[in-house]
Design a protein around this ligand. Structure first.
Ligand SMILES: Nc1ncnc2c1ncn2[C@@H]1O[C@H](COP(=O)(O)OP(=O)(O)OP(=O)(O)O)[C@@H](O)[C@H]1O
Ligand SMILES: [Mg+2]
Length: 287
């Protein structure tokens, strides 16, 4: 296996002097080609900042990022990002087909090739036939599929996803998780997903990177040794799955569950994460 992504000593600070805020602190890790890794961490710990540094959207204050050996300095051509907020990431005045084709405009592809690629990507996400509609004519889950199709159409070497399923219902979320795993297998894609959902981080990936509270640093790097063929019901019931989610929860709990920290947590998402971690540990210990 070859290394697709190398993050070395990346730190990011917003602002300067007394107002400086360190969002990411000296992070190093690599992701091998074909791997699906997830990053889980408390709200505000610096996950999106890290993804922006990896995507070349924000230069890190220190350290460097390399994609298949080339230093990232600006957004690489063969990298695509799926953002959390699909409603703001699609152009309402363009049809679904045109939205998916959009990033291909800057490639040396003919119009016919762009059209074919977009149609293929839409088919991959189960949306053949809706190319002529507008995003606002689709449900939230379908819109998020369109953003995934748009990312896939450029056949990226690395696909970054920032809480991609956070705003869809539970059933759609399951479908999109399975879709992501299928794409990884069928295309051999390398994928890095940020999520705040402990179960999702385990179900989706080959590996879970657990981040600490702000500024983000790596608390643990856990291999997920579940079978490649996963099923939303049986996998989640398996002993290996339950053990792993307990482990991730405990690691996150360690970082967020001090009583004063929990009460002081004004951010609802951070509170939710602490609660989730507690639920998982309680189910595990039967308390
Ligand atoms: N453009 C910015 N300018 C100044 N501070 C910022 C900026 N963007 C983020 N921050 C701060 O950096 C920290 C990390 O933010 P970031 O968005 O990376 O966290 P996150 O882990 O993605 O959070 P969430 O789970 O809520 O999405 C936060 O304290 C945030 O307020
Ligand atoms: Mg974020």
């Amino acid at each position: 296996m070859s290394t697709m992504l190398e993050v070395s000593g990346v730190s990011h600070r917003y602002g300067t002097g007394a107002k400086a805020h360190t969002a990411v602190n000296d992070l190093s890790f690599t992701v091998e080609a074909g791997q699906l890794a997830s990053i889980v961490g408390p709200s505000g710990c610096g996950k999106s900042t890290l993804l922006r540094c990896i995507a070349g959207l924000t230069p890190p204050t220190e350290g460097q990022v390399s994609l298949h050996g080339d230093r990232v300095d600006g957004v690489p051509d063969d990298l695509a990002v799926v953002f959390q907020d699909y409603s703001r990431s699609l152009f309402p005045w363009l049809s679904v087909q045109k939205n998916v084709e959009f990033p291909l405009r800057w490639r040396s592809l003919s119009r016919a090739e762009r059209r074919t690629r977009a149609a293929e990507a839409l088919e991959q996400v189960g949306l053949s036939g809706v190319g002529g509609k507008y995003p606002w004519q689709l449900s939230g889950g379908m819109q998020q599929r369109v953003s995934i199709a748009r990312a896939l159409a450029s056949r990226p070497a690395l696909l970054l996803m920032d809480e991609p399923f956070a705003s869809v219902d539970a059933q759609t979320r399951f479908e999109l998780e399975d879709l992501t795993r299928r794409v990884q297998r069928e295309q051999g894609s390398t994928i890095l997903v940020v999520t705040h959902d402990i179960d999702e981080s385990v179900y989706l990936s080959d590996r879970v990177l657990v981040l600490s509270k702000s500024p983000a640093s790596i608390v643990a790097d856990l291999p997920v040794e579940l079978p490649a063929e996963r099923d939303q019901i049986t996998t989640r019931e398996s002993a290996e799955f339950v053990t792993l989610r307990g482990e991730v929860a405990r690691l996150l709990h360690g970082g967020t569950a001090a009583p004063e920290a929990a009460t002081a947590a004004s951010d609802a998402a951070e509170w939710e994460l602490a609660e989730q971690a507690k639920d998982v540990t309680e189910t595990k210990t039967g308390s």
